[in-house]
Design a protein around this ligand. Structure first.
Ligand SMILES: Cc1ncc(COP(=O)(O)O)c(C=O)c1O
Length: 377
């Protein structure tokens, strides 16, 4: 697929890339100059593993405001992308053969991170409102090998764009606390909400320290900075994860942390930037949904996520890996859904990214995709 997407006339709904034209490149250049002026060598020196104090404080303040629960800067660990956070969690929690509970389908990068520690998976029934609590309860009751944690993306999930409903959040936290199952709440898309109100985070609903919350600057600023964070209320787990990070890369890059912090601290500019992303992606989502409604034949269904970067479509009776071969000839690509199912057993889904293509490209790409689908119908 990579080879195909590199051709200039191919329209890709396949990647999970933010819109590069929205990156505040000039402002980041200015922030870099300001950081060098103010901090000089300190911004180029080694720093503490947990992250520079300014970033940890900024994250703690922002999460305390957004998630409606108080975080202390000492609970925050700055990581090299939330992908590193997932790897460190795998490293600390998992021995070969250990089980992890996942949504079905689930984020592929998490499966890859946990695969490296030879994890096995228990999947929970999932619908348009996210994980079904009764199914989670059944899975935990019948597990011979009790799992190490539940991993989930509650807001505008990758790959489906689905959001876990408010009632289910309460139920899932209650079940996990009752069974003593830690939760990894991965939330890269929570700030990219196009409509409706924020729903309570799982970490704010928990009565105990069982939830690790993961956030990132990748979708609200730029993934190239590799600045992300874990909020880990449990002291012992936090120490273990910090120690693992020390063994992995000593620390997240000092310069990137200072630059991120400098930009994020220009509060007005930063909030306006996030608003611009939300507005642009919301519009692109609308364009994609309208194009799908207009062009797709019967048997194709799709959702209309209230935020994030992806929507999920199913093509009844069609193996979307085969469809991809045909659509690549029409010069449009997507990710076949099978890759996101740990059991690799469901073949009719596809993930469509709407953040990275212009409106014209979205219109044209969906037209081509519909032509490819019609060849199967
Ligand atoms: C659910 C989820 N978690 C984590 C990541 C990794 O993001 P980061 O750039 O912070 O490593 C992504 C990226 O697409 C994602 O979709």
């Amino acid at each position: 697929m990579l080879k195909v997407t590199q051709q200039p006339d191919v329209i890709s709904f396949g990647g999970g890339l933010p819109a590069p034209e929205l990156f505040p490149t000039r402002e980041i250049a200015e922030c870099t100059a300001e950081v060098m002026e103010e901090y000089g060598a300190a911004a180029l020196q080694y720093g503490v593993t947990e992250g520079i104090p300014e970033m940890r404080t900024w994250v703690a303040d922002r999460l305390s405001r957004r998630l409606n629960t108080i975080f202390d800067p000492t609970e925050i660990l700055i990581v090299n992308g939330s992908q590193q956070g997932l790897d460190l969690i795998g490293k600390v929690f998992l021995d070969p053969g250990d089980h992890v509970v996942l949504e079905n389908p689930s984020y592929l990068g998490a499966i890859q991170a946990f695969d490296a520690y030879q994890a096995r998976y228990l999947t929970v029934e999932t619908d348009e409102d996210g994980i079904v609590p009764e199914s989670l309860e059944r899975v935990l009751e019948h597990a011979d090998h009790f799992p190490k944690f539940l991993y989930l993306v509650p807001n505008f999930q990758n790959p489906t764009g689905r959001t876990l409903s408010a009632e289910r959040r309460v139920a899932i936290v209650e079940i996990c606390e009752r069974f003593g199952l830690p939760i990894v709440e991965d939330d890269p898309y929570g700030e990219l909400r196009f409509e409706g109100d924020d729903l309570p985070s799982l970490v704010s609903l928990a009565k105990t320290d069982t939830v690790i919350y993961s956030g990132t600057g990748s979708k609200i600023l730029a993934p190239g900075l590799r600045i992300a964070w874990l909020a880990i209320p449990d002291h012992e787990i936090r120490e273990k994860i910090a120690l693992s990070k020390q063994g992995t890369d000593l620390q997240t890059g000092s310069l990137a942390q200072y630059v991120f912090h400098r930009y994020a601290n220009k509060r007005h500019a930063f909030e306006a930037h996030v608003d611009r992303i939300v507005e642009t992606y919301a519009h692109r989502r609308d364009v994609m949904v309208e194009a799908l409604e207009r062009t797709m034949p019967a048997g194709v269904s799709f959702n209309r996520p209230k935020g994030g970067m992806f929507l999920w479509a199913t093509v009844e009776g069609v193996d979307t890996t085969e469809l991809l071969k045909r659509s690549a000839e029409q010069k449009v690509v997507f990710v076949p859904g099978v890759s996101f199912y740990p059991g690799r057993d469901i073949h009719d889904g596809m993930r469509l990214n709407f953040s990275n293509a212009s409106e014209d490209k979205i219109q044209e790409g969906i037209l081509r995709l519909a032509a490819a689908v019609r060849e199967f119908k």
